[in-house]
Write a protein that binds this ligand. Structure first.
Ligand code: NAD
Length: 267
């Protein structure tokens, strides 16, 4: 018996990186998967791959910051699959820039996706989860939600906000007895397309490539970047009944980055 047989999982930002790996892993464990992304073409392409290997999946072209689109998105899922059990609030961007150079527009755009998007994902998933008898909400935060990162103040603020949002919501859901669990995941450096073109906050238009493999090698005590599949394994665990007594928890996957001082590495 697969771990998520009979469950329906909604993944935002699912066309790339951690979201795509999570959608695939959830599908492998038997869940019907909603592949939601602002990039509808790539979402459709992933759904074709998933359905081609026998999974149930549907694509949604969705900007997580657009509140008006959320009620219909959830209705479409219930029409298609009859229920909603899991929400992975994963869509996110990382904007780089000194505070003195960051435009308010770039700050707000990042916060809208990384924090407002998480709020809206939960707000519209919860009523559907109640109709299904409970559920699991997984908030994709970051190690940048646990400690500061120079040049990424806006990212840290949004990810730290998402972390405490998850804890407050976990208490709210537990208090209401809705059988809905809420946990956050805190990846370190994961080698995904996120790093290929990091937006620069000055005007929101400039882009910079950051070599994630090299950064993982230099920064992580384990000496390498993580993979999207390694994060996806954790997503499956938190989505499944194996984590049935976990709520308000934060799971860190960072190759040791936040464990303490980094040993000097011989290259
Ligand atoms: N890659 C890392 O090192 C790392 C580390 C810690 C946390 N994270 C977090 O993991 C999550 C996924 O990151 P990733 O590395 O897979 O990045 P990615 O760039 O590969 O994927 C992000 C996806 O989100 C989508 N997206 C962006 N804005 C959106 C919007 N407004 N509405 C809907 N979808 C939108 C993009 O189209 C893309 O498909 C993010 O929240 C990120 O902050 C990543």
């Amino acid at each position: 018996m697969r771990q998520l047989e009979g469950k329906v999982a909604f993944v935002t930002g699912a066309a790339s990186g951690i979201g795509a790996a999570s959608a695939a892993a959830l599908a492998r464990e038997g869940a019907a998967v909603v592949v939601s992304d602002v990039d509808g073409v790539r979402a459709e392409a992933l759904v074709e791959t998933l359905t081609g290997s026998g999974s149930r999946a549907m694509a949604l072209t969705q900007d997580v910051t657009d509140e008006a689109g959320w009620p219909e998105a959830v209705r479409a899922v219930e029409r298609r699959f009859g229920r909603l059990d899991v929400m992975i609030a994963n869509a996110g961007v990382a904007v780089k820039g000194l505070v003195t150079e960051m435009s308010l527009k770039a700050w707000r755009q990042q916060t809208a996706i990384n924090l407002d998007g998480v709020f809206l994902s939960a707000k519209y998933a919860i009523p559907a989860m109640k109709r299904s008898g409970g559920g699991s909400i997984i908030v994709m935060s970051s190690v940048a939600g646990l400690r500061g990162s120079s040049g990424f103040s806006g990212y840290c603020a949004s990810k730290g906000g998402a972390r405490l949002f998850a804890k407050a919501l976990a208490l709210e859901c537990a208090g209401l007895g809705d059988n809905i669990r809420v946990n956050s995941i805190h990846p370190g450096v994961i080698d995904t397309p996120l790093w290929d073109t990091i937006p620069l906050g000055k005007d929101g238009l400039g882009r910079r490539h950051i070599d994630a493999a090299r950064m993982g090698h230099n920064d992580a005590p384990m000496g390498r970047a993580g993979t999207a599949d390694e994060v996806a394994s954790c997503v499956v665990f938190l989505a499944s009944d194996s984590s049935s007594y976990m709520t308000g928890a934060e799971v860190v996957l960072d190759g040791g980055i936040t464990a303490g001082a980094m040993p000097r590495r011989k290259i």
